[in-house]
Design a protein around this ligand. Structure first.
Ligand SMILES: [Zn+2]
Length: 304
């Protein structure tokens, strides 16, 4: 079933949420955010449930989507979800999906052939899946005319030959089926530090969540936005930016990056687009003055 895309205009840039999946998750707050207090989830269940948290089941809500960005005639996809039909022996929640993602993308007016740029904010299992699709026995680029922008430290870190992974790693197979086929097709542009896309968009490395995790900065017509990937995974991290997810590779750097980005978003009134927020999916934040931040308002995007 096709899910209607939701759009917001920021200056001259159109941002569209293309859904891959929204629904139940087996993950509990204690698993994904071990530094968060059970009291927070209980005290805030009134607004966290149902967009972010199922208080009855005591589990988090999972939302996977791509941010489709149209800027100066360029069609950009930021993060590509879990993908269909992937073998994920140690991350079963992302295995063997059969979603209508490509139909949802077409409903947003984009066929795979028309995508110019794919950005992976980092190379975790749930951000690179639709980089490739199965064609017979082979994983092939889903977006054959796109350049795939990957921050080099992540490319090096998640290559299991260069950096062996521990047994039972949830990212098993990900590099092989969702990154290497792009490399073989010559479609990857590695970048480091800062990578301008055009006068409205620039990628910047913000290591911590992963060694090459990155942020896309948007500036157009007096408005601005930050696409932060999983540096910000849940509203609990707005109230307390020191709370990491269990998947943050460098805890101190992840906290510092989160604080820096939230402070900038508050100072400059930037709309923050995280990777997995349910509800209206993006928000403005204010500095509450005690080392914490609060949600000022939500983006004008339909609730999912
Ligand atoms: Zn993620």
């Amino acid at each position: 079933m096709v899910t209607e895309p939701a759009r917001v205009l920021l200056g001259d840039v159109e941002v569209t949420r293309v859904q891959e999946y929204a629904g139940e998750s087996p993950a509990t707050p204690g698993f994904l955010f071990p530094e968060s207090s059970p009291a927070y989830w209980a005290d805030n269940a009134g607004w966290l449930d149902p967009d972010f948290y199922d208080a009855t089941r005591g589990t988090l809500r999972t939302v996977l989507h791509t941010w489709l960005i149209r800027s100066q005639g360029t069609i950009i996809l930021l993060d590509t979800g879990a993908g269909n039909g992937k073998e994920r022996p140690y991350a079963p929640v992302y295995a063997h999906h059969d979603t209508a993602y490509l139909d949802n993308l077409r409903a947003a007016g984009v066929s795979p052939d028309h995508v110019d740029i794919v950005i992976n904010t980092h190379l975790h299992v749930d951000h690179v899946g639709w980089n490739t699709s199965l064609n017979g026995r082979d994983w092939v680029p889903t977006f054959p005319n796109a350049r795939y922008l990957i921050c080099e430290p992540d490319f090096l870190f998640w290559d299991p030959i260069r950096t062996p992974r521990p047994p039972g790693d949830g990212n098993q197979n990900v590099f092989e089926d969702s990154v290497q086929p792009l490399q073989r097709a010559g479609l990857i542009d590695l970048w480091a530090g800062e990578h301008p896309i055009n006068s409205e968009l620039v990628l910047q490395a913000e290591p911590g969540h992963t060694p090459g995790s990155s942020v896309l900065r948007l500036q157009s017509g007096g408005t601005g936005a930050l696409f932060v990937g999983d540096i910000l995974h849940s509203p609990v991290q707005i109230g307390n930016p020191d709370i990491n997810s269990c998947f943050c590779e460098d805890p101190a750097m992840a906290r510092a990056a989160r604080r820096r980005l939230l402070a900038e978003a508050a100072d400059r009134s930037l709309l923050v687009f995280p990777g997995h927020f349910g509800g209206h999916s993006a928000c403005h934040v204010d500095d509450s003055g005690d080392g914490a931040f609060i949600i000022r308002d939500w983006a004008d995007l339909a609730r999912i």
